[in-house]
Ligand binder design. Structure first.
Ligand SMILES: [Zn+2]
Length: 564
């Protein structure tokens, strides 16, 4: 309870700081920009986006944010093309196009006129409450949050960061081929220095609190509603409990027969057929999205009508790797496709709830459900036939289940099991805070990484490729993102405690390969609510309690110690 109060307390304070004190140069009322009456596309005539509203300022805002949303959609499409289809020769011009669009989008949002409209709309909201329903209130609130988050940042920095982020995907892919720390180091230094300048412009101040830290400002972009201190507390409790149960789990599994390794090859065509079949089983709509392979790292995004799931080119020796990535991205995809954009297309209230909730939807499918024993009853006979591995003992449901639930201390996050995964996230959360507070310099990162991993899991990475170079996040400028994974895992476990009461035949559904009822439940509870609620309030509404690590820890004990 206390955590939620702290979050909403801070949120309330910064929201009530007058906009005039947040930025300079706000337009006066009589100078408000007048936009012509909007062109309403036929297919959206009934949407709330275009529904007339008595507040002229709010109508203006809806049109401005519609255009910001359209910029986002175009950027997403260009980004997907960058990863999957762009010829090498277009690399530099594409960086220019992407940087330009980011800058234009930012200029639309950070315009002082937007603040003037927000103030005027708030005045109308207070004096005419009957004209505002819950969705309109939430939409205006989210517009203001977006505005405050961005309004002080120089557009040139936004353009440079967008370019550098895409360059980072290529740099990361190159340095991973040769364990090339000498190239990575100056790149990361540039990225951190640029990101720090942006973060400093995003730091919020309010009446009662001092200015927040740059890392907090960055985290707000990905994990709205969470404070660093809340996460430290939750992660601290998690670490204490995991330190207790991890040795017990390892001891238990050491006494069991080890799973048999898979025997490839598993051809690409068959793997992609399997992955698409699994996406259909979870309810992904291929008429509004697709699955793609890339030489870069996996990514997901787009819009509800054009949702892209991009996985790394398949490994022919192990079909479980691309399957894991597909189930993970598929969970993200269900969230994107389920957002309320037929009604609130492009409006801030129609966006997702941030990355912790997004990861929760991915991990619900990939880990919470996708590693239940019953799922492998569905999978095993199909992959045995698909890959022509008849009577191969490594392809049985039991063996596949054991392969996916084997716990092992390793240096790699992406292949880590469900139990040790937290240690990898916690290490990154600690290191990136130090990089932004100045406590740690990039040149010392490899040693700090090795020491941190040694302390957490007693493992030393054999080189930087298996250490501080392994993730793409920092190369694309995503600092403050990593806690989303463990928070998402916790959210998923807590939401699952309610889901399994509401859908009592989940084991049977998994063994039949039919997750449509699960998708519909998640859609009803999470996806279609967009940003109507704040993240903490959504958790309370679904589960009746604030987020806590308890359900995740109980889930891990149940699955890995009691084999339930
Ligand atoms: Zn994810």
């Amino acid at each position: 309870m206390k955590i939620i109060q702290t979050i909403s307390g801070f949120f309330r304070n910064f929201l009530f700081t007058p906009l005039k004190r947040v930025f300079k140069g706000m337009g006066k009322k009589e100078e408000l920009l007048k936009l012509p009456a909007p062109f309403v596309p036929d297919e959206e005539a009934d949407s709330k986006q275009y529904e007339a509203h008595p507040s002229g300022a709010y109508m203006m805002l809806k049109m401005i944010f519609r255009d910001i949303g359209r910029y986002n959609a175009v950027i997403e499409t260009l980004g997907r093309d960058f990863l999957t289809a762009m010829p090498k020769g277009a690399y530099k011009s594409r960086l220019g196009q992407i940087g330009f669009l980011h800058r234009r989008k930012h200029e639309e949002l950070a315009n002082p006129q937007v603040a003037a409209f927000i103030e005027e709309a708030h005045t109308h909201e207070k004096s005419n409450p009957k004209d505002w329903d819950d969705w309109d209130h939430a939409n205006l609130r989210e517009m203001e949050i977006m505005y405050r988050h961005h309004c002080q940042v120089d557009p040139e920095l936004i353009e440079r960061r967008a370019r550098l982020g895409y360059e980072g995907r290529r740099v990361h892919s190159d340095v991973m081929k040769n364990n090339d720390w000498d190239t990575a180091r100056p790149f990361l230094e540039d990225m951190i220095s640029l990101t720090r300048r942006i973060a400093e412009s995003k730091c919020l101040r309010d009446n009662e609190h001092e200015s927040e830290s740059p890392y907090q400002a960055l985290m707000r972009e990905y994990i709205p509603g969470f404070r660093i201190a809340d996460i430290e507390k939750i992660f601290g409790q998690t670490r204490t409990k995991l330190d207790e149960i991890l040795p017990q789990i390892l001891e238990k599994q050491a006494a069991e027969k080890a799973p048999l390794p898979l025997k490839g090859p598993f051809p690409e065509t068959q793997q992609m057929w399997l992955n698409k079949t699994l996406l259909r089983a979870i309810g992904f709509d291929f008429s509004r999205g697709g699955l793609y392979e890339t030489g870069f790292n996996p990514v997901e995004g787009g819009t509800p009508e054009d949702t892209h799931l991009v996985i790394k080119a398949v490994n022919q020796n192990n079909f479980l790797i691309s399957m894991k990535s597909t189930l993970h991205e598929g969970g993200h995809g269900l969230y994107v496709q389920g957002l309320p954009r037929d009604i609130w297309r492009y409006q801030p209230v129609g966006y997702d709830m941030g990355n912790a909730w997004h990861e929760s939807q991915a991990l619900m499918i990939e880990m919470i459900l996708g590693r239940r024993r019953e799922f492998f009853d569905y999978l095993a006979p199909r992959v045995e036939g698909l890959f022509q591995k008849f009577n191969d003992p490594s392809m049985t449901a039991d063996n596949l289940y054991q392969l996916k639930t084997r716990v092992k201390k390793t240096a790699d996050r992406k292949t880590a099991d469900e139990v040790t995964y937290f240690y990898h996230i916690n290490l990154r959360f600690e290191l990136e805070r130090k990089l932004f507070s100045g406590e740690l310099e990039v040149k010392d990162l490899p040693d700090a990484w090795s020491a941190g991993l040694e302390e957490a899991l007693g493992v030393t990475p054999e080189n930087n490729m298996h250490g501080c170079l392994q993730d793409v996040h920092w190369f694309v400028g995503k600092f403050g993102y990593f806690p989303s994974y463990s928070l998402g895992h916790m959210i998923a476990a807590q939401v699952y405690t309610v889901m399994r009461k509401d859908i009592q035949n989940i084991p049977e559904l998994l063994s039949e390969g039919n997750l449509i009822p699960v998708r519909d439940w998640l859609n009803h509870k999470v996806h279609k609510t967009g940003r109507l609620n704040r993240p903490g309030a959504l958790m309370e509404e679904i589960t009746g309690a604030p987020l806590s690590p308890g359900p995740l820890l109980a889930h891990l004990e149940e699955r890995y110690l009691h084999n339930a």
